[in-house]
Design a protein around this ligand. Structure first.
Ligand code: M6R
Length: 613
């Protein structure tokens, strides 16, 4: 959840690390800090707050040095204070560490060190880890070995990078547990280490991944990988397909706005290289199902947050297109109550980051039960891509804003393709059905582009509604997950209480909430029967003086007074409707947060990659 950066090379370490931290700030922004090895020894600057608070401290200090580590924090152990900001030093002050993870046995380790006379200046588990490494150094261990030994004492998932005053040409870094990525890269001028690719791709696109249970000794021109027990490991290079400029705002005020507007292209990236219409073909070249499609008797989708909501749509695609029984589980619930799984259960993990700890634990549980695991992932080289038996990459490019938008639509696109492929392999569709279906998804990016035209109207709605304190979102059929996603987006970035639910449930309780102060956003885009039922719910709300913003298709003939506001999106095949229906809701959340003057890309208390359970 935190972001780690390390650098050694020909450039000034302080500014290079600050740049890297800015690229990782989506991972946490409670506090920030860095350490540089200067001619006068280790110099640390850190503070509660953001990288923008740290930068003047660093600039004023004029730190001279070409090796250092940095950190942006999402608080776990210890409040958001200067003292708890990383880096943390060992007892002697001759080494510092930055850390991502949570130590489940920290009380025990701290007590042991206190009994040996150690003193701590923070409430963090990180400082405890720094002292453990220092103890191993005192016993004579080389820096990477000392780190490896300390890591073996920790319970939980961790990534740590260490800078030592007596090792001016090396950074040591290591990982344990199924969370917290660590990537290293070299260019002609030096070496970079980071929790995630956005901080590395600005230096090089050729990277090596530090895997769980490994320690890397990073030098200017090479990296040496070892297992925690010191066995050497050979690690190949991966070429990252991202263009670094794709991670910049490209003229948009916020990354979220850019990412919402990128959706026609990013969805096309997910779909078009895999689909041709003449002749009609679907080729998931980079995806090999880990089992015979005809042997699968059930699919269970595991994911969190927005990816979980995408999974709800995905389950419907699998049921409807591939005739495969499918259900979606919240990863953190599935992890500790997975229910019966067999070799014939296909578990599908979905994640933008590929780092979400809840999802990784769910995958471990599935594997333990012998179930094959396929993954839909955006981040190449992430832990999930290594754990899964088969990976269908989203190809949506880097998503920087904490609120997921373009990866939601790409997850839907990838699910649709997977369901079409399974339908073919299982003999669950005719050739004519197959051709109609892939034509529908091939045209989806154009419909999404047209849906973006609603932005001026949605901006005006945000002006009218931004002072409301509560919202209900409702939809039925595929409109239900879209409503859930609209509510999640709104609460996440505008801090307005929003609840999404199935429109048919309105009459079973939520209707009691309806009054003029509880606006309702209704999504009515599914096929005719379901749409008519959702419109009934809207009529029930209107007859109780409720205010309704209705998202409907441009082909619908609606009664003029049905809703206070109607937002029209292009009519598509019913299964494609969630891809266009979500666009006005993303824009609504965005413009509400902008109206309220909030930090759209880095909402409070959140982080982009949630690498703790
Ligand atoms: O990287 P993942 O897709 O696994 O992340 C899952 C959730 O943490 C994520 O979707 C979260 O809910 C977003 N902030 C939603 O916008």
């Amino acid at each position: 959840m935190c972001g780690i950066v390390g650098y050694l090379g020909e450039r000034p370490a302080a500014s290079t690390i600050l740049d890297g931290l800015r690229a990782l700030e989506y991972r946490g922004y409670d506090s920030a800090g860095l350490a540089v090895l200067t001619p006068d020894g280790l110099e640390v600057r850190r503070c509660a707050g953001r990288i923008s608070d740290l930068a003047p401290l660093v600039e004023d200090a004029h730190l001279t040095g070409s090796i250092g580590v940095g950190h942006t924090r999402w608080a776990t152990h210890g409040a958001v204070t200067d003292d708890n900001a990383h880096p943390h030093a060992d007892a002697s002050g001759r080494l510092v560490i930055v850390h991502n993870g949570m130590t489940d046995n920290v009380d025990e380790l701290r007590a042991e060190l206190l009994a040996d006379g150690h003193q701590f200046s923070s409430e963090t588990d990180t400082e405890v880890i720094a002292h453990l490494i220092g103890v191993e150094r005192d016993r004579g261990a080389e820096l990477p070995d000392a780190l490896g030994r300390a890591l073996q004492r920790l319970v939980g998932a961790h990534s740590v990078a260490v800078l030592a005053a007596d090792e001016p040409d090396m950074l040591a870094a290591g990982r344990i547990g199924a969370a917290g990525g660590l990537v290293v890269g070299h260019n002609g001028c030096g070496a970079i280490l980071a929790s995630d690719l956005p901080a590395v791709v600005r230096h090089t696109r050729k990277v090596q991944i530090v895997q769980a249970g490994e320690v890397v000794s990073l030098r200017r021109r090479a990296a040496e990988f070892r297992r925690l027990d010191n066995r050497p490991v050979t690690r190949g290079l991966i070429t990252v397909p991202w263009d670094p400029v794709a991670a910049a705002k490209a003229g948009h005020r916020h990354f979220m706005h850019k990412e919402i507007h990128e959706q026609p292209e990013t969805l096309a990236e997910t779909i078009r290289p895999r689909v041709t219409l003449d002749p009609p073909e679907l080729r998931l070249d980079d995806f090999r199902l880990p089992t015979d499609a005809r042997q699968i008797d059930r699919a269970v989708i595991v994911a969190s947050g927005t990816s979980h909501i995408a999974g709800m749509v995905g389950a419907r695609y699998l049921r409807e297109l591939a005739r495969l029984p499918a259900a979606t589980e919240i990863a953190s619930e599935f992890a500790y109550a997975p229910g019966p799984l067999t070799r014939r259960t296909l578990v599908i993990a979905v994640s933008q980051s590929g780092e979400t700890a809840d999802v990784l634990v769910a995958v471990q549980r599935a594997h333990a039960a012998g179930a094959p695991v396929a993954a839909l992932v955006n981040t190449v080289g992430s832990e999930l891509t290594r754990m899964a038996d088969a990976v269908l990459p989203l190809h949506a490019g880097p998503e920087v804003s904490v609120a997921a938008t373009k990866t939601f639509t790409s997850e839907l696109g990838a699910f649709y393709l997977l369901a079409c492929q399974l339908a073919q392999q299982r003999g669950a569709c005719t050739q004519a059905q197959f051709e109609r279906r892939i034509a529908a998804i091939a045209h989806a990016p154009i419909a999404v582009a047209r849906a973006l035209d609603v932005e001026p109207q949605v901006e005006e709605l945000a002006r009218r509604f931004h002072r409301c304190k509560n919202f209900l979102f409702l939809g039925r059929g595929l409109g239900h997950p879209v409503a859930l996603e609209g509510a999640l987006k709104l609460k996440e970035i505008s801090y307005i209480h929003a609840e999404g639910f199935a429109a048919g449930e309105l009459k079973h309780g939520p209707i009691a909430l309806i009054d003029p102060d509880m606006p309702v956003v209704a999504v009515a885009l599914d096929d005719d029967d379901v749409r008519a039922k959702t419109l009934n719910a809207v009529a029930q709300i209107r007859s109780r003086d409720g205010r309704v913003i209705l998202v409907a298709s441009d082909a619908d003939d609606l009664r003029g007074d049905l809703a206070e506001h109607v937002v029209r999106v292009p009519r598509t095949a019913p299964l494609i409707a969630p891809l266009v229906g979500v666009v006005p809701l993303q824009l609504f959340a965005y413009h509400m947060a902008v109206r309220l003057g909030l930090d759209v890309d880095q909402p409070r208390n959140l982080a982009k990659s949630v690498t703790v359970e």
